[in-house]
Design a protein around this ligand. Structure first.
Ligand code: M6R
Length: 613
């Protein structure tokens, strides 16, 4: 939530900042702002709404000389999404500016105190408190003033600070919100909330940890602890992603591009981790032995949103193949429950970003209680990967669309591999079985790649009848139940249609009352172990005149007797249906949102990386 960018170096700062903000806009798009230092003065431009509104206000001719500055794209927490509340925020003198991602929890008392000392506030934000608090401590040493101010702050922050009177220096600081430095000999130094903003200039990055601060000049950076003041030696990491991977590559939307990247994302996630001849699974990163796995009494899967749906699928797989009981928790509930966790429990967090505040808090608690923590994550070097005992990276590449697609199917692939590894180590999955299942996983990527375009064409035609619905239901049983939930989430977040996902067997316990001739219901009915039960549930819907769309297995002619709206999917191994059946659910939501003229990549009120709780 919120994206910050800072730059100092030989390039003209404003284009660098704007390009960075464009690449971070998925983090929030309520307002945007930029500040740069020119002729000894800080010049700020801010605009309500999307980045384009800010870009339209900046006259290229007047920014030629500036080489240091900060930028921000906002997801509003405190204060309405107005221009006054847009970052950067200044102190009383206008010589000091701050951009911030996070929440200052004690901002109210700090603000009252600062007001009593004569500070004048011009926004409703918690962030503005930081600018005045630093000003209050500022004599001639910016570093000391920032440190002193941050000692008084409770809450989370990723912070960029610029002071006109120390013109070559940017300060970066972090606590519980992500911040990464970009290091380049030729292009200067950067800071950003996420890697895509750095990629046009460098692939060398330094991740700041909680309670660390960096002093940045055009050719250097020095990191120190906010607690002790001691210098911290940092490792420079090389990022494999390149700038083009974070572009649309001719697709109308990032989301569509990312839907089409799924076969590759799944293949990359499997690559080198399963022997297609023997079925042996290698995930050395999680560092598990047979002895470790035999000792595990229970697994907790902890995640939010779409990643939570991946966890729900994994429960079926792990219990079936590794024979370990699994609890699946929404992270925001998990972190505040009285957990029964000890060293015999393994906790697995699932997160595309690796920065989701609730999931991160969840694994910290699990670790404190003695649990081994593994994370399934897409973003290399993110906080979760640094705090977990082991990481299974999904190699989906950067996901920019706010609605998660390729990260989800890559998570499923990683979770299935992990299931096989647990089963092999525990002795519940033979190599022969593993080979059969591993090959099924490899094959499903190819099947998706082959049929994606056909599915999209069919769905684009089908949605003409449904795109203006007010409500939508998604139903499925067994492995299809989490996919029904995922379909409903995708539709509501993208098209603002009210949608719910249900386990088909649960309908008659209440939700069936919603069904009438105007209610579209998408039912997932693959030929699987619960097929007959699913069909009975679909018949119950039909008897109440629900407008059914069925997604089922090629060759299942019976479906045509139930409704005209059938989408046939190729037959794959039953365990792989969640990966395959997710694709039409994603495409349906995409096509409906596109047809309704919604902002597919940046739906209202959302941000990609939810770094506040
Ligand atoms: O980065 P994470 O996987 O931890 O994010 C979790 C959710 O915020 C995310 O999946 C969200 O629900 C997406 N908007 C769904 O499309």
């Amino acid at each position: 939530m919120c994206g910050i960018v800072g730059y100092t170096g030989p390039k003209r700062v404003v284009p660098v900042i704007l390009e960075g903000l464009r690449r971070l806009e998925y983090r929030g798009y309520d307002s945007a702002g930029v500040v740069y230092l020119q002729d000894g003065r800080l010049i700020k431009h801010r605009a309500e709404g999307k980045l384009v509104n800010l870009e339209n206000r900046i006259d290229d001719a007047i920014i030629a000389k500036a080489h240091i500055g900060l930028g921000h794209t906002r997801w509003a927490t405190h204060g309405a999404p107005t221009e006054e509340n847009a970052h950067p925020h200044s102190d009383c003198s206008g010589d000091l500016v701050v951009v911030h991602n996070g929440i200052i929890e004690n901002y109210h008392s700090l603000r009252e105190d600062l007001k009593s000392k004569g500070h004048v506030f011009s926004s409703e934000t918690d962030t503005e408190v930081l600018a005045h608090l630093i000003e209050e401590h500022l004599k001639d040493d910016l570093v000391e003033a920032v440190k002193a101010a941050l000692k008084l702050v409770d809450g989370s922050f990723a912070l960029g600070v610029l002071w006109a009177k120390q013109p070559g220096t940017l300060i970066a600081a972090r606590n519980q919100s992500p911040l990464v430095l970009g290091v380049s000999e030729d292009n200067g130094m950067l800071m950003a909330s996420d890697i895509p903003a750095l990629l046009p200039y460098t692939n060398k990055v330094v991740f700041l940890e909680d309670m660390e601060m960096a002093v940045i000049t055009a050719s250097s950076y020095a990191v120190s602890s906010l607690e002790t003041g001691a210098e911290v030696e940092k490792e420079v990491k090389i990022i494999e992603w390149n700038a083009a991977m974070a572009e649309k590559a001719g697709y109308k939307h990032f989301m569509l591009k990312e839907i089409y990247e799924q076969p590759q994302a799944i293949t990359n996630t499997l690559s080198g981790r399963i022997n297609p001849e023997t079925g042996e699974v290698f995930i050395p990163e999680v560092n598990l032995t047979s002895e470790d796995v035999t000792k595990i009494d229970r697994i907790f899967l902890v995640a939010c949103g779409t990643s939570w749906h991946a966890a729900l699928v994994a429960k079926y797989w792990i219990e079936k193949y590794a024979r370990i009981p699994v609890d699946v928790d929404i992270a925001s509930e998990f972190r505040y429950r009285d957990l029964v966790i000890d060293e015999r429990v393994m906790t697995i967090s699932i997160s595309q970003s690796g920065e989701t505040a609730d999931t991160l808090a969840g694994i910290r608690i699990a670790k404190q209680l003695g649990s081994k923590v593994i994370t399934i994550c897409n973003v290399v070097g993110s906080t979760m990967t640094r705090e977990a005992d082991g990481t299974v990276y999904t190699h989906a590449g950067p996901e920019i669309g706010v609605a998660s697609t390729k990260a989800f199917t890559a998570q499923l692939a990683a979770l299935f591999l992990l299931t096989l590894q647990l089963g092999q180590l525990k002795g519940t999955v033979s190599l022969e079985k593993s080979l059969e299942l591993g090959r099924a996983l490899i094959d499903v990527a190819a099947v998706i790649g082959r049929d994606l375009k056909k599915m999209q064409n069919q769905i684009a035609e089908l949605i003409e009848t449904f795109y203006d619905a007010r409500d939508f239901l998604f139903v499925g049983r067994g492995l299809s139940y989490p996919i029904a939930l995922e379909g409903a989430l995708k539709l509501k977040e993208l098209s603002y249609i009210h949608a719910e996902g249900y386990a088909s067997g649960e309908l008659k316990h209440g939700p069936i009352a919603l069904i009438d001739k105007d209610m579209p219901i998408l039912a997932l009915v693959p030929k699987d172990a619960v097929y007959q039960k699913s069909i009975s549930n679909v018949e119950e819907i039909k008897a109440r005149q629900g407008r059914l769309i069925l997604i089922g297995t090629e060759g299942d002619d019976h479906l045509k007797n139930i409704t005209d709206d059938v989408i046939y999917m190729p037959e794959v191994h039953e365990e792989m249906n969640p990966l395959l059946y997710t694709i039409p659910a994603q495409l349906l939501s995409y096509e409906i949102a596109n047809r309704r003229g919604c902002d597919v990549d940046q739906p209202r009120n959302l941000a990609k990386s939810v770094t506040v709780e």
